[in-house]
Write a protein that binds this ligand. Structure first.
Ligand code: DCP
Ligand code: MG
Length: 426
């Protein structure tokens, strides 16, 4: 008998849902004539005007608009072999993956592997639009959803009606269907006792698949996998594990917990051990998007900008580092940098400036906040100092947009109110 009502015996069921070939699949909605063909996304950004202009030139007899892109003849689409730039591929359709083409590969290399692949430029606005749409559908069905990026989420199935049926398969199927009906996009879902296993499971039956993992499946389904499949074991840890002859998760699980802690540090070593045994009790956190991230401190006794400049400078640097830490830990970058001061008479002032690029590094925050400081009265004694970063953007979105390349060059040395600590940072 199955029950839709949580009881004491309710099993924790966590889903990881990941869209299939996401950017490419969104492009195929616009160009359905490319379905089944090898298509890669990357190189440059989409410019609709260019596209329509070139279409009108090539086929003047046709009235081209954004509405009839599905009528573009296949011959018109650029092949990857004609591309000469140095860009990288963001993703590829499954048809292109058969040739070994995939995310993060240079376009030139992909061109060697699959010269006939069609190369389409990226259109982040469109991907974000569909990202919001599929997530909205999920939260209508299951309210506890955690955003993990543009195309993936964790969902707590535990107490959702139907979430326990067939280990979560029934609800996963319902979500796939609802998302497909609304967007035309497919996704893959893994349902498991926790996030760690769910994340691995969602890859098992890609694309458009569902995979159900229970605790008892650990040995058979998880242990044969390479360690790298654990989200949190990166290339460095993988290489180090390999030097100890540990290649699979099963091999990792055989190691003693204390041995792992000795060789990989107390907390990472313990985590490695838990992960290899499929243990993970992290909650699915409903992502409430922060507006800004800030740190402030009230001094033990009031400080003066000139007489206590060294102490203030050190505090200022520490606050900037803490904000940078918070940003990085929570996965954000920001471009509005602000300060807050409180004078000895409890009057507060704030100043901020918005940069033309996103940052998350302590030195950059320190530098921008330092410029704000020049715009306040520093002849009074201070009792509080704060640093804030706003206009936040998810780090993944920022990276996806390649905005990193627009980053300003290293901050030039500027005269600092708090002395030498503003010097270029090594
Ligand atoms: N992406 C990117 N650069 C990477 C990896 C991914 O720009 N190095 C982008 C393009 C992807 C999207 O993020 O479409 C989602 O990443 P996934 O790893 O989920 O890859 P896909 O959704 O494309 O394929 P899959 O079906 O394997 O999930
Ligand atoms: Mg995906």
């Amino acid at each position: 008998m199955t029950s839709d009502h949580p009881t004491a015996a309710t099993l924790r069921r966590i889903a990881h849902l990941d869209m299939d070939a996401f950017y490419a699949s969104v492009e195929l909605l616009r160009y359905p004539q490319l379905k089944g063909l090898p298509v890669v996304i990357g190189g440059s950004r989409r410019r609709e005007d260019d596209l329509l202009g070139r279409l009108r030139e090539a086929y003047p007899e046709h009235a081209w608009s954004a509405e009839n892109l599905s009528e573009i003849p296949l011959d018109f689409f650029p092949r990857i072999s004609g591309y000469t730039g140095r860009g990288v591929i963001t993703t590829a359709t499954y048809a292109a993956r058969q040739f070994g083409v995939g995310s993060a590969m240079g376009v030139m290399k992909a061109a060697k592997l699959c010269p006939d692949a069609i190369l389409l430029p990226v259109d982040f606005d469109q991907y974000r639009h569909y990202s919001r749409r599929f997530k909205a559908i999920i939260t209508e069905i299951a309210p506890v959803m955690e955003n993990r990026g543009v195309d993936e989420v964790y969902i707590d199935f535990t107490e959702v009606p139907g979430g326990q049926r067939e280990g979560g398969r029934v609800l996963a199927r319902l979500m796939q269907k609802a998302i497909f009906e609304d967007t035309g996009l497919t996704c893959s879902v893994g349902v498991a006792p926790n996030k760690l296993l769910a994340k691995m499971a969602s890859e098992f039956n890609k694309p458009n698949g569902i995979s159900i993992v229970h605790e008892v499946d650990l040995e058979q389904l998880i242990w044969p996998l390479p360690c790298r499949k654990i989200n949190g074991i990166g290339p460095k840890a993988e290489a180090k594990l390999a030097t100890h002859g540990i290649h699979t998760i099963g091999e990792l699980a055989q190691r003693d917990r204390t041995w792992l802690m000795e060789h990989f540090g107390k907390s990472y070593g313990a985590w490695l051990h838990d992960a290899a045994h499929g243990q993970d009790d992290r909650a699915v956190e409903i992502s409430s998007e922060p507006v800004s991230i800030s740190r402030e401190t009230t001094f033990e006794h009031d400080l003066h900008a000139v007489r206590d400049r060294e102490a203030l400078g050190a505090i200022f640097t520490r606050l900037s580092a803490q904000v940078a830490d918070d940003l990085q830990r929570k996965g954000y970058v920001g471009k509005t940098i602000g300060i807050k001061l409180r004078y000895d008479n409890f009057q507060s002032v704030t100043r901020d400036q918005t940069l033309d690029h996103y940052i998350d590094q302590a030195t950059d925050i320190r530098h921008a906040a330092g410029q704000c400081l020049k715009r306040v009265d520093l002849t009074r004694r201070l009792r509080l100092l704060g640093v804030r970063v706003g206009s936040l953007m998810k780090r993944e979105d920022w990276q996806a947009q390649g905005l990193r390349s627009q980053e300003a060059p290293a901050s030039p040395y500027t005269e600092s109110l708090f002395g030498d600590i503003d010097a270029p940072h090594g």
